[in-house]
Write a protein that binds this ligand. Structure first.
Ligand code: ZN
Ligand code: ZN
Length: 439
């Protein structure tokens, strides 16, 4: 039975297996350690598609140690050559902003990011675990936060380019932490909040059925069907509009744009799911063909700062005005990062009936919130979202309308009232989404 094979990876399951033959075990009734083990297995097998003999580099917050240990076990069982994890810690990150000399915030450890790039070039797979406190830096000086982010983006660029070009298999999964849980469920006592956040991660990550690996294959195939349909349409642009007028935005699509979703075959030939969870179909907009105004449907947590009720006006691709009820200085710093930071690099469609949207949980974490709603991203485009893009120079990509920037920040614009039309070159409209769901 499938259930036995899945649980065979865990040494404590002989007892559970015999129980399972008497009464079917539901995911909810499993001990926490087994739920976590299942997330780890899906992250390695589905998220990365880790290959025998492949090296794996993980980055994780220190709170994620239990998940990292299980992921490491599954990686070695899958034949990993070596697993190396770099941990980060919220308290030491915060200490820098509180005590480091002001003149040091333009520095980033290039030696570290160069090492990541070297690892990718020599064939390592990459897993990021998200789970730090989304509001960690909310009270810190936005100028310092921005300077540090720019320094990291510059140092990270060579490694990041291998990621955005999907040269290697990579994935991101989440691990709940007390600080994150307190933000998501502020009215619950700490233990309960943490448990609820874990449950939300497990259910939205689609690991709760008897055979999550098969469930993921089916989910990937469904997304692929949608992607194929959108690619066949060759729309010139998308029209986002809400009945209250909060959003009325035309997003031109790049020439030779390619829709993607539900997994990618990386340049090294390995099939991976770069995000767990994922619900989006996304493509590359044309960097100078975006016009109108748009209102964010969810707050954005960007590098420890919370930005709420963002409203932007676009003219010929560029944001000409950006306001927010909280974090307005942060959003304006962000779009001033470089030339491409006020232009779009991604547009994505996500139906309101996706499990994340239906959970009703605001995660304050882009991995989840971007998969709850249609969204746009400021900054760098994915070259894999253009026909033949992964082999093009940056000049060729730019000529097709693909944006270039040090940043890539997704923010959510979709919701239960969002309508989307696909527009042909002659302006003919075809309804794609009504009231947040596919037509
Ligand atoms: Zn996206
Ligand atoms: Zn994105």
């Amino acid at each position: 039975m499938l259930r036995l094979r899945e649980v065979a990876a865990n040494p404590n399951l002989d007892f559970m297996s015999s129980v399972a033959t008497l009464a079917p075990t539901t995911f909810a009734s499993l001990p926490f350690a087994q739920k976590l083990d299942r997330l780890a297995e899906v992250a390695v097998r589905i998220g990365l598609g880790l290959q025998p003999g492949q090296e794996l580099v993980i980055t994780a917050p220190i709170d994620a140690i239990p998940l990292v240990r299980l992921i490491t076990e599954h990686a070695y069982k899958a034949g990993a050559k070596l697993v190396t994890t770099f941990f980060s810690d919220d308290a030491t990150t915060l200490a820098r902003y509180q005590f480091a000399p002001d003149g040091t915030f333009d520095y980033a450890p290039a030696w570290y990011y160069d090492a990541l790039a070297t690892a990718y070039r020599s064939g390592a797979a990459r897993m990021g675990i998200t789970g730090a406190n989304p509001a960690l830096l909310a009270a810190q000086d936005p100028a310092k936060v921005s300077r540090a982010n720019v320094a990291v983006s510059k140092a990270y660029k060579p490694a990041m380019e291998l990621i955005t070009r999907h040269a290697i298999n990579w994935t991101i999964v989440a691990s709940a932490s007390p600080a994150w849980a307190a933000l998501v469920f502020p009215n619950d006592p700490p233990e309960l909040a943490l448990g609820r956040l874990w449950d939300a991660i497990f259910s939205t990550s689609r690991i709760t059925s008897a055979d999550p690996v098969a469930q993921w294959r089916e989910h990937g195939a469904n997304l692929k069907k949608r992607v194929d349909l959108l690619n066949a349409k060759r729309f010139h642009s998308l029209h986002f509009f809400t009945p209250d007028g909060a959003t009325d935005l035309i997003v031109g699509l790049a020439d030779q744009h390619l829709w993607a979703g539900g997994g990618t075959t990386a340049g090294n030939g390995v099939y991976c799911q770069p995000n767990i969870p994922t619900e989006e179909c996304f493509t590359t907009p044309h960097k100078s063909r975006v016009n109108g105004h748009v209102t964010a449907s969810k707050p954005l947590s960007h590098q420890g700062t919370l930005i709420e009720n963002i409203r932007c006006t676009f003219k010929d691709g560029k944001i000409v005005k950006a306001t927010a009820t909280a974090g307005e200085a942060a959003i304006n710093k962000l779009i001033s990062t470089d030339e491409g930071a006020r232009q779009l690099g991604e547009v994505a469609l996500v139906p309101h009936n996706s499990p994340i949207a239906q959970s009703g949980v605001l995660f304050w974490n882009t991995l989840f919130d971007e998969n709850a709603a249609s969204h746009i991203a400021l900054g760098q485009a994915y070259s894999t979202c253009l026909i033949g893009g992964e082999k093009m120079s940056s000049e060729e990509l730019s000529a097709l309308g693909a944006n270039e920037s040090l940043i890539h920040v997704d923010w959510m614009i979709g919701g239960p009232t969002m309508n989307v039309d696909g527009l042909a070159a002659d302006g003919t409209a075809q309804p794609l989404m009504r009231n947040g769901d596919w037509v």
